[in-house]
Write a protein that binds this ligand. Structure first.
Ligand SMILES: N[C@@H](CCC(=O)N[C@@H](CS)C(=O)NCC(=O)O)C(=O)O
Length: 204
């Protein structure tokens, strides 16, 4: 399989870690959906976004939730990262949704603050994003366990998304992490002991 998208993309990184934890081999194309590489992205996704996962039979997949759903459906025995049914599935997906929402807002902040020319910036919108991002961090902080992972002894899909969201904010706008999130930071530290997380640290 071939995965388009850099580790700085919280979505591409989620798929990369998901695959690694399931023991899947993935070739990476670390390209950004802009500049010189945008045409290449658009050749595989008409909307011009990453991540894109190209399966071994040539099938092209987009949208992180849809890709991870397929990865779980076809996972080797015992390697699902979201429980298949019931309350455990709903709870895991809700934690994942919170972490995903946080990532969406953190990505929006990058476009607003780090990319948009200063004269076109809109302080009130950035304040709104700040409130949303800090709300998401606080929500995950409340869920993060003191030991182990939200998924138990090993990380599940929601742990992947939570750690990525925190590290994306750390890499792009660390001033947003106020107040500190010690439990979430501890979760991320435990995750970073695993190669799947350590080898995909975002490059800025
Ligand atoms: N909902 C999409 C979001 C993907 C996304 O926003 N990717 C960003 C990179 S982190 C992107 O391609 N941005 C370019 C754009 O939207 O124009 C998913 O989950 O896959």
């Amino acid at each position: 399989m071939i995965l388009y998208g850099r580790n700085l993309s919280p979505y591409a990184r989620r798929i990369a870690i998901w695959c690694a934890l399931q023991g899947r081999e993935v070739e990476r194309r670390m390209i950004a959906p802009m500049g010189e590489t945008w045409d290449e992205v658009r050749a595989h996704n008409p909307v011009g976004r990453v991540p894109i996962l190209i399966l071994d039979d040539g099938t092209e997949m987009i949208e992180t939730f849809a890709v991870c759903d397929w990865l779980d459906e076809t996972a080797p025995e015992g390697r699902r990262l979201v429980p298949a049914t019931g309350d455990a599935r709903r709870a895991c997906l809700q934690r994942l949704a919170l972490a995903n929402s946080l990532s969406e807002k953190a990505v929006a902040m990058v476009y607003e603050k780090n990319r948009r020319p200063e004269e076109f910036q809109w302080p009130a919108w950035q304040e709104r994003l700040t409130t949303q991002i800090r709300g998401g961090l606080a929500g995950l902080e409340a869920l993060a366990p003191e030991a182990g992972f939200m998924g138990g002894e090993a990380p599940d899909g929601s742990d992947i998304a939570a750690v990525i969201a925190l590290q994306f904010v750390e890499a792009t706008n660390p001033w947003l992490i106020e107040p500190a999130c010690p439990r979430l930071a501890g979760l991320a530290e435990r995750a970073l002991a695993l190669p799947a997380f350590a080898e995909t640290r975002p490059e800025v």
